[in-house]
Design a binder for this molecule. Structure first.
Ligand code: X5A
Ligand code: ZN
Length: 482
């Protein structure tokens, strides 16, 4: 009732006009205006007395000198299209994803402005920092001739996995590619980089492939920087996972490691959204020395939009990032929370992604490595990645939104996360602004339509586990929860 009253009080408030130029005073490579605020939320102010961030960055030898054009690595390699379903069945995680992105970046003249990079296979010893010898052997051998007749049977033992004769090579290239670009960014040879890789990685666990993922590419690259390259001076890594699904694999790999701050924002739907495990909830904050260094922002339902993500950024991620002060950011960049995605049911726009990325560029001297994870609407992922690439290249953009309102549930989730973590990050103890206009949760019928649409567009055969998962989430939205 209180929330309702608040909604009423502030409905029609005028601080939500669109057309606000979005630029970060923290960007190393722009002549940015001094202030930076979003239509939705107040800017995150730097702690008093630390001086102007731009000057600090220049003094600290930011990868890109102020004024110079940023060098953005773009890694694309056709060989990662070899991983495909064995008999050409339809599947959302298919080679066309990479090709659609590449075509768009070419057509927009964006690819030619980047530094072209090619994939390299990851050495097994680097993968071994994350996966068991058995797991590595399985992925190495799965594409061999001797495996031909057992391949499908083996795939069925895992959750949402397919293999073909190209899977091994693609998996080693995907992991190696993220290592490759991360190394160049960490060394300052590139300002930032994008690795267009598949198969994706963030669901892959120590000892099993899962959720379309074979090796955990981002986790492997993080371990490479921390353990193999002390010379690069990377001691603290922020992993941001904005894929619509929880990064269960990555969470486990750094759960007790304070050198890696893992932040994942994902649909949770009270545990009914893939991967349907409780450890995607906000209560999972890390353990031992890593306590406080694992952060989950679990949405209660679909339809989350730019406004919800911006709110999570402004009130959870950015204040923590400021305090953590990472040396580099690895972005598990799935685009399945994009508008139009057949699996995600959320609606981030390309400009929304650009805005979220802009806000991250203020940290780690702008050293950001984007690694593709999910994202299954070819148009949406191509447009979103294009917008992100332009941000990394330093192009200005204007965020156009007539009205940006997060859900009431978003506000509640953000408050829960802050309460859970404020003992570790005192900056979260402050009171949230109480004049933010909120909107009520989507109605059951809206949610039902969204879930059904996910099922229909997801191209998944009824025999797959996924069918039951979606059926469960359809039922779940009928269960009143207040
Ligand atoms: C990487 C990714 C999704 C798996 C969904 C399985 N995986 N139903 O987005
Ligand atoms: Zn995903």
């Amino acid at each position: 009732a209180q929330a309702q009253a608040r909604t009423h009080k502030t409905r029609g408030s005028t601080n939500l006009r669109g057309n606000q130029p979005v630029q970060s005073s923290r960007l190393p490579h722009r002549d940015a205006p001094p202030q930076f605020s979003t239509p939705l939320c107040p800017p995150v102010s730097p702690p008093p007395g630390r001086g102007d961030r731009r000057r600090r960055m220049a003094a600290a030898g930011a990868a890109t000198p102020v004024g110079a054009a940023p060098r953005v690595g773009l890694l694309y390699d056709d060989r990662m299209c070899a991983h495909a379903t064995p008999d050409g069945e339809k599947h959302p995680e298919n080679p066309e994803r990479l090709r659609a992105i590449r075509r768009k970046l070419d057509a927009e003249g964006v690819a030619s402005r980047c530094v072209d990079m090619k994939a390299k296979e990851a050495k097994e010893k680097y993968i071994a920092s994350v996966h068991t010898p058995n797991h590595i052997k399985l992925i190495r051998d799965i594409s061999s001739k001797e495996y031909d007749y057992r391949r499908n049977k083996t795939a069925r033992k895992f959750n949402s996995i397919y293999f073909n004769e190209g899977s091994s090579e693609s998996a080693f290239l995907a992991a190696g590619s993220v290592i490759e670009v991360a190394e160049k960014v960490a060394a300052g040879e590139l300002s930032s980089a994008i690795a267009l890789v598949r198969p994706p990685g963030h669901h892959a666990e120590h000892n099993e492939p899962m959720g379309f993922c074979l090796f955990n590419n981002v986790a492997i690259a993080a371990n490479y920087l921390l353990n193999e390259r002390p010379d690069l001076g990377i001691n603290k890594i922020l992993i941001v996972d904005w894929d619509v699904h929880h990064g269960n694999g990555t969470q486990k790999m750094f759960y007790s490691d304070p050198r890696v701050l893992f932040f994942s924002v994902h649909r949770f739907d009270y545990g009914s959204f893939y991967p349907c495990e409780g450890d995607a909830s906000h209560c999972f904050i890390g353990e031992g020395a890593g306590e406080g260094y694992n952060i989950n922002v679990p949405w209660e339902h679909g339809k989350c939009s730019d406004a919800d993500y911006v709110a999570a950024w402004d009130h959870v991620l950015l204040p923590i990032a400021e305090a953590f002060d990472p040396d580099i950011i690895l972005l598990s960049a799935g685009f399945d929370a994009a508008m139009g995605d057949p699996l995600g049911g959320c609606c981030i726009t390309p400009d929304g992604y650009a805005l979220l990325l802009t806000k991250l560029l203020g940290f780690a001297k702008g050293r950001i490595v984007m690694a593709l994870e999910g994202g299954y609407n070819l148009k949406s992922i191509a447009n979103s990645l294009c917008a992100c690439t332009k941000v990394l290249l330093g192009d200005n953009f204007t965020y156009n939104s007539p009205r940006m309102q997060p859900f009431e549930s978003t506000w509640r989730v953000i408050q829960m996360v802050r309460d859970e973590l404020k003992a570790y990050w005192p900056v979260l103890s402050s009171k949230l602004p109480d004049n933010v206009p909120l909107r009520s949760a989507p109605s059951y019928i809206e949610m039902w339509i969204a879930s059904f649409q996910i099922y229909l567009l997801g191209n998944l055969t009824p025999s797959s586990l996924t069918f039951y998962r979606h059926a469960i989430s359809i039922v779940a939205v009928f269960k009143p929860h207040s």
